[in-house]
Design a protein around this ligand. Sequence first.
Ligand code: SF4
Ligand code: FES
Length: 154
Amino acid sequence: MSEKASGEHQEERHRPDVLRRYRSASVQVNWEPQFCIHASNCWRNLPEVFKPRSVPWITPEAASADEIAWVVSACPTGALSYERLDGGPQEPAPPTTTIEPQPDGPVYVRGRLRITLPDGKVREATRAALCRCGASAHKPFCDLSHSRIGFRAD
Ligand code: SF4
Ligand code: FES
């Protein structure tokens, strides 16, 4: 999510434990702002649906369920997920686990993930952006603190 975003998107950015749902006749998009960082894949790939300066910022009726499923699956943090309401395929679990460090930023992980949280709960997910700078206030997840501290991976 862009740090410059305004409106609902920016406001929700700071609220943990929020799950927002945006529904059309064919698909429901779920957004958990506590995991959303400056990845921006969603609005770069489907700007007619993901509009960080608008309220609501996600309008799933503006594209097909297939297009939305593709873009949501590209969200590296797992902040976005979807549920098909039209009988189409739900998001498949990745067949392999991949780990991709980002330049001077988090580690993107994809797979059948079971992430143990500080309170002992387990989050099951297929995508996550994990902190590797050590400064996140939302460990084990990245919260963009790497930008604030000027983290350098090398
Ligand atoms: S792609 Fe995911 S992490 Fe990036 S701005 Fe969109 S919802 Fe947030
Ligand atoms: S890598 Fe993003 S907060 Fe640590």
